[in-house]
Structures are given as C-alpha cells and as structure tokens.
Design a protein around this ligand. Structure first.
Ligand code: COA
Length: 168
C-alpha cells in the first residue's frame, strides 16, 4: 500500500471510494466543494493505493473555531476506505500520514465527527475536554478533537463549518 497526495487524475477514483464507503454521494460532493473552496489544503488530501488503484482517501481542510477571536483549525472529513479493503489497516495508515503532515505544518488541533471506537486510538478525545463545542446537537463522545504539538489553550470555542458542509 502506498500513501500520497491526491492529483487531478485521482478525482474520479476518490469520488468512487467515498460513494462506495458511505453508500451515498454526499461525501464525494463534499470533497469536491472543499477542493474548490479557499479551505482546501492540497497536501492534506491523501490517497491510499494498492497496486496503483485508489482504495482510500482522507481529507483535512480548514474550519473555524469561534470564540473571542476566530481561528482556523483542521477539520477531518471525510475518511473513506473502499468496502472490500476495510479492516486491513488502510484507514489507520491514512490517519497517521495525515496527522504527521498536520504536525509538520504546525497546525494546532484537528476536529472530527465520527466513531470514538476508531478515532480515540489516534489520540482524539471528546472536544468538550478542550472547551470546544459542536455546532449541532450530537452526543459528546462523537464530536472529538486531537491537539497537535502547536496546540495552545486559546483553541477553544464553537466550531463553525464553512458552506461546503451545508448539505452533508
Ligand atoms: C472507518 C473507516 C475509514 C476505517 O478504515 P479501515 O481501513 O477499515 O480501518 P482500519 O483497518 O485501519 O481499522 C479498523 C478499525 O476500524 C474499525 N471500523 C472500521 N469500520 C468501522 C465503522 N464503520 N464503524 C466503526 N468502526 C469501524 C474497526 O472496528 C477496526 O477496529 P478494531 O481494530 O478494533 O477491530 C472505513 O471502515 C470506512 O470507510 N467506513 C465507511 C465510511 C466511514 O464511516 N468513514 C468514517 C466517518 S467517521
């Protein structure tokens, strides 16, 4: 398995992986909307390939954390692995690669909405631990944050997702 940044020629395969993994097109559309927005981070859209075939994708993009000031932080969404390649460590490998790049970019914190069973193993904790509030009602354990080395206490407040997320 190889992990690398997405290129233009991966766009169709990335859409397919997301559609298959989620069983709907919303996440594939989300990826496209983020890609054409000012929140897109090219180096944090990664694909996992097996025999030159894209089987997994992860995207981190900028979302807002609003308190006395508004700070841009990383939002992780979506993460997808094609069904027949799931439970083989590909999702975890994408996650680790993405977090390493985020650290290298000196980002402060990553926010994710997802299954605690999967994300806590990478150091995510309920966001309330960091005084970070979800923009919508969701059980606390599903809305998570992982501070990076550059994290400071001012990273708190309410998460506001950009317009690209409106229809997800
Ligand atoms: C979640 C997902 C990205 C994990 O990728 P993966 O390559 O299967 O993950 P890994 O093989 O690295 O890790 C497997 C672990 O993830 C857990 N996992 C896999 N799919 C899961 C799911 N749909 N819900 C909860 N946990 C899941 C497994 O239980 C396993 O944990 P275990 O080691 O304790 O058994 C992948 O299953 C997927 O694309 N699912 C559908 C889309 C989705 O739900 N994306 C995440 C949004 S929060």
């Amino acid at each position: 398995m190889n992990i690398r940044c997405e290129t233009l020629s991966d766009y169709t395969a990335i859409a397919e992986v997301n559609t298959l993994a989620f069983g709907q097109e919303n996440e594939a559309k989300l990826v496209e909307k983020i890609r054409y927005s000012d929140r897109y981070i090219a180096e944090l859209s990664l694909v996992a390939e097996v025999e030159n075939f894209v089987v997994g994708h992860i995207l981190f993009s900028y979302i807002d954390l609003v308190d006395e000031e508004t700070l841009q932080v990383l939002g992780l969404a979506p993460l997808a692995v094609s069904p027949q390649f799931q439970r083989q460590g590909i999702g975890s490998a994408l996650m680790k690669a993405g977090l390493e790049i985020a650290e290298a970019k000196k980002e402060a914190i990553v926010i994710v909405l997802g299954h605690p069973h999967f994300y806590t193993r990478f150091g995510f904790q309920p966001s309330v631990v960091y005084e970070i509030e979800s923009p919508f009602p969701v059980p606390e354990e599903f809305f998570m944050a992982k501070p990076l080395q550059n994290y400071q206490k001012q990273y708190k407040g309410k998460v506001v997702y950009p317009a690209a997320f409106d229809e997800v």
